[in-house]
Ligand binder design. Structure first.
Ligand SMILES: C[S@@+](CC[C@H](N)C(=O)[O-])C[C@H]1O[C@@H](n2cnc3c(N)ncnc32)[C@H](O)[C@@H]1O
Length: 319
């Protein structure tokens, strides 16, 4: 069974299909470093460039994870974001590659966008039946709460929604063995060392605490706006609960002001390896690039155990 991956990133979605015995025949990604990571960890059959500029080869299954910034409730939800229309490129690829099944992954609000309505109307015209699955990666063995929407277009009949395989580990179970390693012991076990006021604030956050504790314990370390506005988002500058799954990992997971991303017991944010663990990425993977561009490759992806569960359903329908 052949699979083509559009907007393939570092290849987490593809890795799920590889695990379900698909052969990757083509993958396309704009970001150079992500392409190098993909080539190293997943398959050499990846090209760098825009999906708008490449030609499809014949395939059985087309998978795609178009950019979600314009649809995500964590982004600006900008209906005029030019990236929103990239999802429509899938139509040309579906037609020209002769794919029997198309699977598009995105954030759940994508299903309520005008792009989704247009895309599925045109896919139906091409002869596909459409189903949608909203799945939480935690129910498929990922140590993270992450809801994602899959639009499944099929010419081989209805593809059954994947049955939950069981909850993932807690964040503590997933990453605690890495706490004793020094930075750089593994090339991905690195984090931005907190300095100055940021270091002082982080040291104050108690287990499972967050920005509210910093405001309470040390108003002198807070800018006037924090005191004036109080804490609207309860996750920011938050320390992860080791006894629960992680919250949704964003590309900015190494920035404490973006969510509950402080290590459960250490005074730092997550390392890139810890972020990778929370996405179900095997420890054998190394990524190309440094810092935020690598965090983006990790945080952008479909958790590998969830991708594999989706891939197994598609494989069963093709057999
Ligand atoms: C949500 S991420 C995909 C993650 C991937 N499915 C995975 O599981 O690892 C979207 C990707 O689309 C890429 N991208 C954005 N515009 C693109 C374009 N015009 N052509 C190809 N890739 C593009 C971004 O660089 C980003 O890596």
């Amino acid at each position: 069974m052949r699979v083509t991956d559009l907007f393939c990133g570092a290849g987490l979605f593809s890795a799920g299909f590889s695990a379900a015995d698909f052969e990757i025949v083509q993958a396309v990604e704009l970001d150079r470093e992500a392409v190098k990571s993909y080539s190293r960890n997943v398959s050499p059959n990846v090209v760098q460039g825009s999906v708008t500029a490449h030609k499809p080869v014949e395939t059985d299954v087309l998978i795609a994870g178009p950019p979600c910034q314009g649809f995500s409730t964590l982004g600006r939800m900008d209906p005029t974001d030019a990236r929103n229309n990239l999802s429509l490129e899938v139509l040309r690829w579906a037609k020209d590659s002769d794919a029997k099944v198309v699977v598009i992954e995105n954030v759940p609000p994508f299903l309520r966008s005008p792009q989704w309505a247009l895309l599925t109307r045109r896919l139906r015209r091409l002869g596909y039946g459409i189903e949608t699955w909203e799945l939480n990666a935690y129910d498929f063995g990922t140590p993270q709460l992450r809801r994602r929407a899959f639009t499944v277009a099929s010419k081989v009949g209805v593809i059954g929604r994947p049955a939950e395989t069981g909850p993932g580990k807690t964040a503590g179970q997933a990453i605690s063995d890495l706490a004793g390693l020094d930075a750089g012991d593994d090339a991905l076990h690195v984090w931005p060392e907190p300095r100055g006021v940021a270091a002082e604030r982080i040291a104050l956050v108690p287990p499972c605490g967050d920005k509210r504790d910093i405001i309470r314990l040390a108003p002198d370390l807070c800018p006037p706006s924090w005191i004036k506005m109080g804490c609207q988002a309860t996750d920011v500058w938050g320390r992860m609960d080791p006894n629960a799954p992680a919250n949704t990992l964003r590309c900015t997971f190494q920035n404490p002001s973006k969510g509950r991303y402080l290590h459960p017991t250490l005074n730092r944010t997550l390392s890139l390896r810890e972020g990778a663990r929370l996405q179900g990425i095997p420890d054998s993977w190394q990524m190309s690039g440094r810092g935020y561009p690598v965090a983006r490759q990790i945080g952008n992806g479909v958790p590998v155990p969830l991708a594999a569960a989706v891939a197994r359903q598609v494989a069963a329908a093709l057999h």
